[in-house]
Design a protein around this ligand. Structure first.
Ligand SMILES: [Zn+2]
Length: 258
């Protein structure tokens, strides 16, 4: 699943291609949107901003209309100069926005909707989001407040994936953050101090921000997807096991994350 660094990078690419540029055409090839009349509703409007909130991407048009997308496991935003072959089949395109120079394509949905700005402000999925781990003004106190409102019997690794506590973090960075902070991802929240929880976020924030700058390419991965291999810190075998209600795989070193 794309994590916040990938979505922030996509927002930059899409924004660079669309903001302030004349929009030549908007098409909605996917049958689900055949009756939505987006090309007519968006005709003549320019894009004033593209931003990411956690794993949500928002394309804001002039005149109070916003395209809201969430990529879940499968979706993707592609930005291509005219004539460049798309990264996925045109049959998988849900939305195509053309400018003089670029084709901006949203592939494979699954969440794509056109709403008013005021509706995005009251959208439950956006309103419930915790502080965005990548944001310049990340609010540590708000993160801790959300974490302490959560069920304190949850493991920290599971709680970090909950977008109500922290927006943008996913399975890769959850495992990496706990490893770098030397924290057992299975430890219950009521046994994790505020400083320990903050240490995880302080470890992953610069890594995720640097990855977003590079276009959403994580570097320096140490435990994620490395089950059975030696821990880079202590050489103990890295373990993997499903965690939480969604059974997302957690990777950790049982020796130095005690
Ligand atoms: Zn270790």
């Amino acid at each position: 699943m794309p994590e916040g660094d990938t979505i922030h990078a996509a927002a930059r690419r899409v924004g660079d291609a669309l903001v302030g540029k004349p929009i030549l055409s908007i098409e909605t090839p996917h049958p689900r949107h055949a009756m939505d009349r987006w090309p007519e509703r968006l005709a003549g409007r320019s894009v004033r901003a593209v931003d990411a909130q956690g794993k949500h991407l928002l394309v804001r048009f002039e005149g109070d209309l916003t395209l809201h997308s969430h990529l879940r496991m499968t979706g993707w935003w592609g930005v291509y100069p005219h004539g460049r072959r798309w990264g996925r089949s045109p049959r998988r395109a849900w939305l195509v926005i053309r400018t003089d120079e670029h084709e901006v394509v949203q592939f494979d949905g699954p969440v794509l909707e056109l709403v008013t700005d005021s509706r995005t402000r009251f959208d439950r999925r956006l309103a419930m989001l915790g502080p965005d781990v990548i944001a310049d003004d990340f609010d540590e106190r708000r993160f801790l407040a959300r974490l302490r409102e959560d069920d304190q019997s949850r493991g920290i690794g599971d709680a970090l994936l909950d977008q109500r506590n922290l927006a943008g973090i996913g399975n890769v960075w959850k495992s990496e953050g706990c490893f770098r902070a030397g924290l057992d991802p299975w430890r219950r929240l009521d046994a994790v101090s505020d400083e320990e929880a903050l240490a995880v976020v302080r470890e992953v924030r610069p890594l995720m921000r640097a990855s977003a700058e590079r276009g959403g390419h994580p570097r320096g991965i140490q435990v994620y997807d490395r089950a059975g291999r030696p821990c880079p810190r202590c050489s103990t075998t890295i373990r993997a096991r499903g965690q939480g209600d969604d059974n997302r795989t957690t990777y950790w070193c049982p020796a130095c994350q005690a």
